[in-house]
Design a protein around this ligand. Structure first.
Ligand SMILES: [Zn+2]
Length: 154
């Protein structure tokens, strides 16, 4: 029973991922161009007459109030600034490379799994399922960081 549930887990996560895609708006581009704060997801103020962002360059900016929160939090030994760094890493372009590698490894695992099944070797699905689950959990975390709830007029 547990084995069946475990093998279905990646499927459930994929389903949930696409469900969240329908529910929310992706704002990762806006965050990466410094238009929206990655922490509170509020629009960042735009300087008058100045083009606020370069569409080709990544520039993740945390708003003043979130920066202040993180600074205060780090004084009292909190982990907000660390979480903020992790969040920014997940949103950044750098992470896209990691994501591609993870997807490649994930596909490799599935291929090895299929080959093993063809040759009658059992037990390899645990690895491919485990890795697939991990991949989709990471994707869901990123999704959480880069989306906002759709407003009724969307
Ligand atoms: Zn903020």
């Amino acid at each position: 029973m547990f084995g069946l549930l475990f093998s279905l887990l990646p499927m459930i996560l994929i389903g949930y991922y696409f469900f969240t895609m329908k529910k929310g708006n992706d704002i990762s581009w806006e965050i990466r161009r410094g238009m929206i704060c990655p922490s509170c997801k509020e629009n960042l103020p735009v300087n008058d007459g100045e083009f606020p962002y370069d569409p080709k360059k990544e520039n993740i900016v945390t708003c003043i109030s979130c920066k202040r929160d993180e600074a205060i939090d780090s004084v009292v030994g909190g982990r907000k600034h660390l979480l903020s760094k992790i969040r920014i890493y997940f949103i950044s372009d750098k992470f896209k490379t990691v994501q591609k590698i993870l997807l490649g490894v994930s596909c490799a695992f599935v291929l090895v799994d299929i080959t093993c099944i063809c040759f009658g070797i059992k037990g390899m699905s645990v690895f491919s399922n485990g890795f697939n689950t991990l991949y989709w959990v990471i994707m869901l975390i990123r999704r959480r960081y880069t989306s906002i709830k759709k407003t009724p007029q969307d």
